[in-house]
Structure formats: C-alpha cells, structure tokens
Design a protein around this ligand. Structure first.
Ligand code: DP6
Length: 360
C-alpha cells in the first residue's frame, strides 16, 4: 500500500453532528524506534507489546460548520480546557488533512482522560494520539459506511503514525510491528501490523510492572531525540542492530526462550540510551535509581534464575517484564526490593493487551 491508498474516498452519507469515543492503550517497545525520516518514516522496524491498563479515553463531539478555511477544535483533559495541547493537535491535523477530507468541515470538542496520572513520566502520546485517530476514523466511517474493518484499523494506524510514530502500534495487540522488514511479511513503514507468526504461550498475559523513578516532564522530547539520529556517528550501526534484533526475536517469540528474550530486550533498551549519550548534544535520561533497579534485577535473576527482564523508554522509568506464571514471586521481589527506588513509591501493574475499544 502507498500513501495514496489512504486518501478519503467520496463520502456517501451526509452527517450533521454527533459524538464518538474510543479508549486506546499505550505500548512498550521491545525493539525500539529511534530515528526517523521525513513524514514520520522510521529508520528501523520496531516491535512492541500493546498494554492493557495504561490507556487514554477520548470522546470527540463534532458538528458541521460554515467556513472551511481553518481547523476549529477545543481540547479538554479531565474536564479542564487545555489550550497547551492545541499546537500538537494542530500539527497532527495539518499532517492528516490530506487523508481526511472532512477535517475542516466540522468543529470538534476533544475530551480526554488517562487511566495513568498525567505527571507519571509515562508518555501519553501513543495512547492519546491513537485514541484521537480512531475517533476521527469513526467519523469517516459514518460518512462512508462501506469502510471495511481491516482498512479502518490500518488507516487509524496510518493516521496515528503521522501524529506520533509509536502511536501507530497502539490500535491493535498483543504484539505489533511497525516498519518495513523482510523478517515480517506485510510489514510497512506507513502503519503497524499485528505480529503474524506463532507466539509461545509464555508470552500470554506477559506482565509489565512500570516503576515510576521520575515523574517529571521529559527533559528531551522524542521528536528532538529522533532528530539527533541524523548525523549521529553510530546511526548506521544502530539501525542495522535493530533490524538484526528483530530478526533474532522471531525464533524467540516462537520457542518461548525467555533468557534470549530478556537479553535482546535489555540490549535494545541500553542501545537506545547509548544513542542518547553519544548524540550531539548528548544527554542522560536514566537516574541513579534507574541503575540501582537494573543492578537489583540482575542480582535477583542471577540468584533465582527466574525469567525477569527490563526495558526503558526515553526516560528514567523502568518497565519490568516477566511471564504471568512466575508473576507472584517476581511481584513480591518488586514490591520488597524495587519500589523503594520509585518516586513516592509509585508503580503501575500492567500486562499485554489487545488494542483499542470503541466506547460509542
Ligand atoms: C523511545 O513515538 O514518542 O518510546 O514519532 O516523535 O512522536 P514521535 O516519537 P515517539 O517515540 C517513541 C520512542 C521510544 C521507542 C519506541 O516506542 O519505539
């Protein structure tokens, strides 16, 4: 498929006004997206687990307007008007206008809330942008009821990508792939697809306990971070490594070999941070407590031989991943030994989920 396939078809049904709503989850990358080209095209393919509990709930109320000159929208978070969110949504609307012919014909009220605290250091862009993309697709579906389900999800992922790359992996679950790779048939730079191969039952209900080491605002926005991969001395090798890690992950997902799974996942997290530490300008997003947690996880793994591993996003928080059947012992360890390193002892228990749901 190409970009042209996502341009709106002529609408068959007039719609004056209405409200649509979706809840959409966050996701955690195993193979990381870090580096992009123009139009939100990733430099390397990425793979993620869709999450279940960390999600954004968005309702979109729309009514037809007279002038088609400009976008007309308002944003509310937890019932409070948030003009600070407008520039990001304006940029999103600018990027997707070409693909959603109705966007300037309506005024919109966007009402959104997250199941996780706003200042938790958890990025809400993947869940927030994917929820909004799905709401917009629901309007397009009212205008053109013939849109098939598969195309609906694909276009929602395509639109979400234009708002925030990782958001394209939140539409469905449990394991998603975004970015063209010969290792995964049907993969594309334009949208994410469900991982199409056999997955071992070890990964069923895989647990992700998110340790909130630092709940502050991000020091470096991901867009700035991605751009630092342009002219990065190690960029070429990093993109090659991500491709290789994705290829290596395939047999692991099939066999359920959790040792290799954890090694690949941790290597990806540390490579991502190594890129940040060696860019120009360089920066360190991990905090002393991030390192203490990693050390404790490795010591616990050495002494118990239990299948525990971690990954990191572009921040100090640690995602601790483990299979559900070992969940009780590992969660005990997390509570007894790791939670002390979290800001105000805060952590979130999540697990692999299956994507977004339409509310109305
Ligand atoms: C480190 O999707 O937030 O979480 O496309 O600029 O919005 P933009 O970036 P974003 O980047 C996420 C980076 C990451 C790794 C990942 O999720 O793959």
């Amino acid at each position: 498929m190409t970009e042209r396939d996502f341009i709106s078809q002529p609408y068959s049904k007039p719609v004056e006004s209405g409200t649509v709503a979706w809840e959409s989850p966050s996701n955690i990358a195993l193979v990381k997206y870090w580096g992009k080209r123009e139009n939100q095209i990733p430099e390397n393919p990425s793979v993620s687990f869709t999450l279940k509990n960390c999600k954004t709930i968005t309702s979109l109320t729309f009514s037809k307007k007279e002038s088609e000159l400009d976008f007309d929208f308002e944003v509310y978070l937890d019932g409070e008007k948030k003009d600070g969110f407008k520039p990001k949504i304006q940029t999103f609307f600018d990027r997707i206008l070409e693909y959603l012919a109705f966007l300037k014909n309506y005024c919109f009220k966007i009402e959104t809330s997250n199941t996780f605290p706003h200042s938790s250091g958890i990025a809400s862009s993947a869940s927030g942008i994917s929820a909004l993309a799905l709401c917009l697709m629901s309007i397009e579906k009212q205008l053109n009821p013939e849109i098939p389900k598969e195309f609906f999800n694909r276009k929602a992922s395509f639109l979400a990508r234009l708002g925030s790359g990782s958001a394209c992996r939140s539409i469905e679950g449990g394991i998603m792939v975004w970015g063209k790779t010969s290792a995964v048939e049907g993969s594309s730079d334009l949208f994410a697809i469900k991982y199409p191969y056999k997955v071992h039952e070890n990964f069923r209900s895989y647990q992700d306990t998110i340790l909130l080491v630092d709940k502050g605002e991000k020091q470096v926005s991901s867009t700035v971070g991605h751009n630092l991969m342009h002219n990065h001395p190690f960029a070429k090798e990093r993109f090659r490594q991500a491709n290789q890690n994705l290829e290596d992950l395939k047999p692991v997902l099939e066999s359920g070999d959790l040792d290799t799974f954890n090694r690949l996942m941790e290597m990806e997290a540390l490579s991502l941070h190594a890129m940040m530490m060696t860019s120009k300008p360089y920066f360190i997003l991990m905090k002393p407590n991030t390192f203490k947690i990693i050390r404790k996880i490795w010591d616990f793994k050495d002494s118990t031989k239990l299948p525990i591993g971690f990954t990191l996003d572009a921040g100090a928080n640690v995602h601790v991943l483990y299979p559900k059947h070992q969940g009780k012992t590992i969660l005990e360890f997390i509570k007894n030994e790791l939670v002390a390193y979290c800001e105000n002892g805060h952590y979130i228990c999540d697990e692999i989920g299956f994507g977004a749901n339409q509310l109305f």
